[in-house]
Design a protein around this ligand. Sequence first.
Ligand code: FRU
Length: 424
Amino acid sequence: TLIAVAIICTSLVSIRVSAQENSDTFNWTREDVSKLTTSINNTAPTINKEELVEITSDSYIWDTWPLQYKNGLPAVVNGYKIIFALSVPKDVLPGKRHDSAEIHYFYSKDGKSWVSGGPIFKDGEALGSRQWAGSALINKDGKVHIFYTATGQKGEETITYEQRLATANAEILTTNSSVTFTNWSDHKVFLEPDGKYYQTVEQTSREESSYSFRDPYFFQDPKTAEEYIVFEANSAGALEERTCQSVSGNVENAKSYNGSIGIVKVVNDRFTEFELLSPLLEANCVNDELERPSIMVKGNHYYLFLKTHSDKFTPGLEAPEGLYGFASSTLVGGYKPLNGSGLVIGNPKSNPYQAYSWMVMSNGTVISFVNYVDVDGKTIEEIGQQAPDYQVEHFGGMLAPSLKLSITGEKTKIIHEKKQGVFK
Ligand code: FRU
C-alpha cells in the first residue's frame, strides 16, 4: 500500500520518497541479549598500541569503508584500491572528533600501504556542518556514488545533531601515482526521518540519550538484483507514546531505548527515487544505538551486521562493545541473532574500548579502528573527563588489526588476527 509520498527538493534535483508497509520488523529482545556468553570465538585478541602503525600521521581516522562494487566486493580501479574514513586533524581532542568530522580517502596498489588523498569532497560542497559515516559504490560505467550522513546545519555556530542521508557522485581519475575524484555532481539529501517508522528530531525528547538517522549502506540483493540502503535510526514516536510491555520488572528508563535499523528501496539508478520500508530490526527497550548496519549474503543466508556500545543497552544487560549480527533466509523478517545473542566480535574485558566500528567484508575479513586502549577500568564517560594528554595518549585513531571470521549458518567464530589495513 502506498501510504505517503514526500518530495525533497535540493539543488534542482527532486527526490521522490514513497512508503511501503511491511510488518516483518525483527525485534532484538532482552531475552536474546541475556543469552550472551563470551568465549575465544567472539572475543577479539588484545590490541597492543605499541605494535601499531598509522596510515597517516597528520590525522585521526575512525569509521572506515572501502569503495565497493554493487555486489559488495571491494573495487579495484586501474590497479588501485580505495578506502574512505572519517577524519579530523590530530589537534582535535579525540572525544570532540564527531563535531568536525570529514570524509577523507586513501588509496593503495598492494592493499597494505595506503596513501592519503585528503578530503574527498571539494571545499564547502558537502552538506551538514560535518559528515558522518556512509558507504561508496562504483558502477560498471565508472561512476562513483558516495552515500554519507550530513549532520548539523552548514555554517552553524553551535553544534546541532540533526542527521540526514546525503549523496553525491563523481568520476575517478588515476595516474601512475595518484587517485583523484572529478566531475562532481551536486550533493543532495535523499532521505530524512518520516516520523511514522523513523523518529524525527522533533519527536526526540531530552530524556533520550541519543538521536540517530545516519550511516547509509548500499546493498544489492543478489537474489533479486533489487537495491537498498540500510541505515541507523530510532523507532518513531515520542517517549510518552511508547511502552515496554516486553520488559518484566522495573528497568529504569527502558522506554527511552529505541534503536532501529532502517531500510529504503532504491527505485532508480540515479538515486532520485526511493521507497521507504518499515524497519528491518528494532531493539526497543533493549538498545538505543545500532550503528553502521551492513548486509551481506552468504549461502542461503542474509547477514545483517551492526555495532553498538555497552552503555547503549538498557540497565541490567551486560554486553561488550562489539559487532553484532543476525541471519535470515529472507532479506526482510525471520532474523535470528547469530550465536544465540547476536554477539559476533566483542572487545576483551581487560581492554573494553580497544576497537570499534567493525565492518565485515564479504570474504569474512573484518576491519575496525583503534579507539581507547589500556584505560585501567575507566568508563568512556570518565575517559572524556580526563586531561587532554590522557585522552590523546590512550586514543588510537587508526585502523585496528583486521580479524578473520568464519561464518556458517547462524554461528560465527574469530579465526585469526590479520595485519592492520588488510581488507582481504
Ligand atoms: C560510529 C559512529 C557512526 C557515526 C560516526 C560519527 O563510530 O557513531 O554511527 O557516523 O561515528 O563520528
